[in-house]
Write a protein that binds this ligand. Structure first.
Ligand SMILES: [Zn+2]
Length: 431
C-alpha cells in the first residue's frame, strides 16, 4: 500500500503486495546465449509504439537491462522507504493500528517477497529493468510509457505536492493508469474506435479485478491487493475519463496537477470539477497530546479507498460490497493520526462527510467494527467500548465522525473536544 513516490524521479512498478508465509526463491536471470540485441530491439520498437500512441517524444535514450531480482528487491525497499521520508515503520504501525495489516507484518520483507514473485519489469531513470528477456511486448510498452512520463513531466515535483497515504495512492493511480491506458491502445488499436465501449470494458475489468483481490484477501492483506488493483484498474478508468474530456492534453495536464485523493480517481468528475478534499487540521489536537507526553508517529489523510477497504475488512460479515462502496462514497476529507507513549499506541481518525446523512451511513457500518460489548448507551451516534488496549469509539457530530482506536480512557473528553473543533478547509493545491 505505501505507494512508490520516489523523490528521485524513479518509478516503481511493483505493488507492495504481500503473500503471507510464501517465500519463493529468487530467480536467476535467464541464460540464453545472446538475448541482449533482441531484447533491445524489442524495447526500441515498444518505445516507438508508446511514443506514437501517447503523442509524446522520448527525450533521452532508454536502456533495457536484465537484472537480478534480489538486487532489485533491495533497491525497491530503499526507494519505497525514501518515498515516505524514511518512515516505513510508522506507516506499518499506522496500518496495524487501523487493523489493515496484521500487527506482526513487516513491510520491508513483505515488499521484497512480492518483488521475487510477481513483478515482471520496472522503470527507473532511463532504464527499463526486466527479470526475464522474454518479457512480453505489452509490458515493454507499459514501461516505455513510464519513460515518457519521466522524461516529459518532471515527475519528482509532480508526486510531492500532497504527501500522505491517500495522495500517494492517487498519484500512483495516475502513473499506472496512464501507462495501462496507453498500453491498451497500443496493443489493441480498435479500443480507440469506440471509447464508450472501452469505458464499459474497463469498468467490467475493474470489478472483476476487485473481486479477485477480495478473494485473495485470505492470504494477502486487502490493503495491498486492493490498492495495487486500484492503481492499475481504477487508474486506467481515470486516464480514460481524462482522455475523453480533452484528449492526451487533458492527461498531460494531470501531471501538472495530479489527483489529490483516491476520491478524485474513483470519481473523475470530481477531479475535473476541481472538487478538492476537505483538509482537517489536527495540529492543536496533536499539540495537546504531545504536551501530555505522547509522540505523534504518523499522520495522513486516509481517503475514500482505504476507508472502503477498512469497512470491508473490519466491518460487518458477510461483507456487502455495494453497501461499503456506497458508505465510503460520501467521504469528504479526513485525517488519521498515530500516537505513541511508552510503547503503547493509539489511533485517531477524524473524517468529514458530504452531508449529515452520509456521515450517518458511514457510522452505521463503522460502529459495527466494534465488538458488541457492554458500554453502549443506546445512542446511535456514540458507540464506546473499553477494551484491554484502551477506548475504542465511533462518534458522530453533524457531518463529522471521530473514531478512536485504543485511546487512554481519561483522555477522551479532552481529545474529543479538540477533534470537533479542528479547523477544516477546502483543500487547495500546494502549487
Ligand atoms: Zn507501471
Amino acid at each position: 500500500m505505501p505507494p512508490a513516490r520516489g523523490g528521485s524521479c524513479s518509478i516503481i512498478d511493483p505493488a507492495l503486495l504481500f503473500v503471507a508465509g510464501t517465500a519463493l526463491p529468487a530467480q536467476e536471470p535467464p541464460k540464453s546465449p545472446d538475448p541482449a540485441p533482441t531484447l533491445e530491439s524489442r524495447c526500441d520498437a515498444a518505445g516507438a509504439k508508446a511514443s506514437s500512441v501517447r503523442a509524446l517524444p522520448h527525450r533521452r535514450p532508454v536502456r533495457v537491462k536484465v537484472v537480478d531480482r534480489k538486487e532489485h528487491a533491495l533497491d525497491l525497499v530503499a526507494e519505497t522507504e525514501r518515498s515516505f521520508g524514511g518512515r516505513l515503520d510508522e506507516v506499518e504501525a499506522f496500518l496495524a493500528r487501523l487493523g489493515l495489516i496484521p500487527a506482526k507484518l513487516r513491510l520491508k520483507p513483505a515488499i521484497a517477497l512480492f518483488v521475487n514473485q510477481a513483478v515482471g519489469a520496472s522503470y527507473d531513470r532511463d532504464t527499463v529493468r526486466v527479470f526475464d528477456a522474454n518479457v512480453s511486448d505489452s509490458t515493454l510498452v507499459h514501461e516505455m510509457v513510464h519513460a515518457l512520463q519521466d522524461q516529459n513531466f518532471a515527475m519528482a515535483s509532480a508526486n510531492e505536492q500532497t504527501p500522505g497515504v491517500d495522495a500517494g495512492i492517487a498519484f500512483q493511480a495516475l502513473l499506472e493508469g496512464d501507462a495501462d491506458f496507453t498500453e491498451g491502445l497500443a496493443m489493441h488499436p480498435e479500443y480507440a474506435r469506440d471509447l464508450e465501449v472501452h469505458a464499459k470494458r474497463l469498468r467490467a475489468e475493474s470489478e472483476a479485478a476487485e473481486a479477485r483481490a477480495r478473494q485473495g484477501a485470505a492470504l494477502t492483506p486487502a490493503i495491498f491487493s486492493r490498492t495495487q488493483t486500484f492503481w492499475y484498474t481504477r487508474g486506467e478508468e481515470f486516464a480514460l475519463a481524462l482522455y475523453r474530456s480533452g484528449g492526451w492534453g487533458a492527461v498531460n495536464r494531470a501531471w501538472g496537477a495530479p489527483p489529490e485523493s483516491s476520491e478524485q480517481v474513483l470519481h473523475p468528475e470530481k477531479y475535473l470539477a476541481r472538487e478538492h478534499p476537505v483538509r482537517i487540521d489536527t495540529s492543536e489536537l496533536e499539540a495537546s497530546l504531545i504536551a501530555d507526553g505522547w509522540a505523534v508517529r504518523y499522520a495522513t489523510p486516509v481517503g475514500e479507498l482505504v476507508t472502503e477497504i477498512w469497512l470491508e475488512q473490519a466491518g460487518p460479515r458477510p461483507v456487502d460490497v455495494g453497501a461499503t462502496f456506497k458508505a465510503a462514497a460520501g467521504w469528504g476529507g479526513d485525517r488519521g493520526v498515530l500516537c505513541e507513549r511508552d510503547g503503547a499506541r493509539f489511533g485517531l481518525w477524524l473524517s468529514t462527510w458530504d452531508s449529515e446523512d452520509e456521515a450517518r451511513e458511514f457510522v452505521s457500518l463503522a460502529e459495527r467494527t466494534l465488538p458488541a460489548a457492554d458500554g453502549t448507551d443506546g445512542d446511535p451516534d456514540r458507540e464506546v467500548r473499553l477494551m484491554p488496549d484502551g477506548l475504542h469509539a465511533v462518534l458522530r457530530r453533524g457531518a463529522d465522525v471521530f473514531i478512536l482506536l485504543g485511546c487512554p480512557p481519561e483522555r477522551l473528553a479532552g481529545i474529543e473536544e479538540k477533534a470537533w473543533a479542528a479547523p477544516r478547509t477546502i483543500g487547495t493545491r500546494r502549487k
